[in-house]
Design a protein around this ligand. Structure first.
Ligand code: BGC
Length: 243
């Protein structure tokens, strides 16, 4: 089945049609920069804009960087506050005039990695972390997705993502070693609680994993995500099929 996958991020929206049987994009992804924080209604129109680029009238899967339960969004740490409490499925499908499925962005990335990427064939307990504007997380146990918000674990009096997101590395101009060591501590805490057997690190920075993996001493097998910038798009499309 072909689905239009959309990944809503902190600074851009990305989308492409996805062949959900293979996890491949059917066209080059389209990126729409969002320098201003879009309101939910503006976001719905931006998604419509992406659908137009592909003349898309079929089903759409959307990944959002916040807690998603059912058709609603419950948190929005890095996007517009009006998303909190918003029935985004109702809003987006109303604007787009077709079915829309909604999922947390890291949960989407996890689905893509477990089905076609770094977690392919792995049947134990896997943890996926996405390091970007924020820190996203998803846990998989024997193939079952458990969405979670480990980026908001308290660390030094703040959300962990305020110390270990890759945006923080840039903002604070941290060296790979400084940032890698912070990440090591954070992953150590997660390991003590969750005992994953496999940890997949995603987000754009995963392409540079060789620079910071040496600082992470963990028990689990640590691997970079295999989808570079496309996991969220592919996973949002997979979720639309599953739901
Ligand atoms: C949000 C998560 C999201 C992550 C990555 C966090 O701030 O709370 O839901 O998955 O950022 O975008």
């Amino acid at each position: 089945m072909n689905i239009l996958g959309i990944d809503i991020g902190g600074s851009a929206l990305k989308g492409a049609p996805v062949d959900t049987k293979t996890g491949c994009l059917l066209a080059e992804r389209y990126r729409l920069e969002t320098p201003e924080r879009l309101t939910p209604a503006q976001m719905a129109r931006a998604i419509k804009n992406i659908a137009k680029q592909f003349d898309w009238t079929g089903p759409i899967g959307v990944g959002f960087p916040g807690v998603v339960m059912g058709s609603r969004i419950y948190t929005s740490s890095n996007l517009h506050r009006d998303f909190i409490g918003c029935d985004a499925v109702k809003l987006f499908s109303g604007t787009l005039g077709g079915p829309v499925a909604l999922i947390n962005d890291a949960a989407a990335a996890g689905l893509a990695e477990m089905r076609f990427g770094a977690g392919l064939g792995f049947d134990g307990k896997a943890l996926l972390l996405t390091l970007g504007t924020g820190v996203g997380s998803a846990l998989f146990y024997r193939g079952t997705l458990i969405p979670c918000e480990l980026g908001h674990l308290p660390l030094k009096g703040d959300s962990a993502e305020k110390r270990v997101a890759s945006s923080v590395k840039e903002k604070e101009d941290l060296s790979w070693e400084e940032w890698g060591k912070r990440l090591n501590k954070y992953i150590g805490i997660l390991e003590a609680i969750l005992w994953p057997e496999l940890i997949i690190i995603g987000g754009g920075v995963s392409a540079k994993h060789k620079k910071f993996f040496p600082y992470i001493k963990c028990r689990a097998k640590l691997v970079p995500a295999e989808f570079f910038n496309e996991a969220g798009i592919v996973g949002a499309a997979l979720h639309a099929v599953d739901s």
